[in-house]
Design a protein around this ligand. Sequence first.
Ligand code: ACM
Ligand code: ZN
Length: 551
Amino acid sequence: MKLFSIALTTVMALAGGTALAETASLDIIPQPQKVEVGKGSFKASGATFNCDPALDRNTLDLIRVFSSRLSLLAGRNNSFATPVGLDRALSRNQVKGFIFLLDSSLQNEAYTIHVTPKNAVVKASGYNGFLYAIQTLKQLLPDGIFTGEKASGKVTIPCCSIQDSPRFAYRGLMLDCARHFYSVEEVKKFLDVAAMYKINRFHWHLTEDQGWRIEIKKYPLLTEVGAFRSGTQQTYDRRKNDGIRYGGYYTQDQIRDIVAYAGKLGIIVIPELDLPGHMLAAMASYPWLGCTGGPYEVWTKWGVSDQVLCVGKESTFEFLFNVLDEICELFPSEYLHIGGDECPKKEWAKCPVCQAKIAELGIKDGDGATKEQRLQNYVTKRVQDYLETKGRKIIGWDEILEGDLAEGATVMSWRGTKGGIQAAGMGFDVIMSPTDYCYLDYKQGENDRETFVGAGYARSKFYDAENLYNYEPLDGFDAGTTAHITGVQANMWTEYIRNDKELFYMLIPRLQALSEVQWCAPANKDYGRFTGKLGKHLKLMEKLGYNYRPL
Ligand code: ACM
Ligand code: ZN
């Protein structure tokens, strides 16, 4: 019989030496709010799953999937039941096996787990709470629960008591599928590992100068033309180009498939339609979208293009609203990302149509903003108002704050933290995603240049897992404004990240570090403990076919 081992990285005997419980990390990432480890274990193989009949169908399905994976792992069937009066029977301590109980007193996404030799009781108030309880339980089981391999010995869970809930409601991860394209399978693999670490938002960067990646039925050229470029810049040298046609896009069916897949993982997909800059692929498809009328080319270089949407024309808004109609059909998320970053104003300053619009709107410069910046405010506001008629809200990069921003927008602070601090001070909700901590395209070590071209050329600074781990999102904020910080997100920009091998090397283990920043209260973070837990997780990553960067 081979028992799997549980490394107690922090063992603290309780006072008096007679207490049964010790606190320990149990190697769970992200670290739960409160963990106590008891004596003995619960035999999970063959244990009955008793589920509260009040649970909704999706939650019951989720638990059923866990029970079948456990059956595979242990090589024994776990029967499934939804007995009435479960809570009463439980209070008389009459139920053996797994017990999943709805507890509406728990906050959204919170869960509790109480494991004794007799039973394992899981409580939550909704789908994500049960999902996270299961993610935690899986981390207490042999790796076969993830890989599908049968365990060689008895399958048990250590007796323990866990109370857990997240620090931040918004726990995001962004993937740029425009600079480099990732297949549906690769995106799912990215989502799988994000969900293991309790991330609940997938910010999907789908449109760029270098490629348009989402099928829009009303504008077929967006994907016929805009999804392909005639070459790709190699390394930092803008003159070096491979001249090889590159591209791809997601059909609407594939998008729906990914949205549904993410939903089961507790992840809301937030698409980004980056506007009014970063639109060259759309302008190459429909040149009337630009100030000069083109011709334009899907960009083969990296950087910020001066060519942006002509926002003096009504036809541009008609286009944007039609595209947003289809996006709203595909993505149920309340929040949609409308970009707003890096929009040079050179073309607008020269364009008679844009200038006529500025005059018509009576836009003035002053108070630190140019007329053209205020023209971008007008674009943001029109898109925001349009989406509001559909019950949607906007997120934008922190440039949307320049000039005047209308109430109700959420600001994603990426150029350091000052945009976030300013926005929260003005009463806007904020998601923190500063480059110095949360940009996953920065290399992780001085010597990464040798590892592969992607990481080697991934920007010039280096920021490893420890740097991200030590990020404190509330630093610099006035105490009265911190309630506006809804969460933290890390961004995977992919100019220099070309395939899934490079992608996961750049993601892992910064993903695990991110998860503790997003999930854990500051007092519950400990980098030494984190690295102690990580070895087991990296072994699992390897078994699951994820590349990673060793610490
Ligand atoms: C950004 O990195 N341009 C948001
Ligand atoms: Zn114009």
